[in-house]
Design a protein around this ligand. Sequence first.
Ligand SMILES: [Zn+2]
Length: 109
Amino acid sequence: MSFPPCLNCKSEFVYQDQSHLVCPECAFEWNPSETDDAFTVKDINGKLLEQGDKVTLVKDLKVKGSSLNLKIGTKAVIKRIVEGKDHQLDCKVDGAGEIMVTAKYVKKA
Ligand SMILES: [Zn+2]
């Protein structure tokens, strides 16, 4: 079995302790499945979304704090992906400007 090098010091002598990987050189511990998930945001079809992707809305959305309603099929471009929030996608939406959108309400165009 081979493990990825230590995230902290790049040591290759990493070993597994239950669900965690442990570095014997700097004592750093991490959960490899958590770090794998951290940077992936998926659309309604389970496709990976990245910065710069063109998406369309799969549902009518009411924009919080405004009277704006975005219609299903509205096109947007992902400007930035934000981790650890409900609204992961910072999108530039046609005719509406920059709006935070939940990833499961879009599909990759
Ligand atoms: Zn280390």
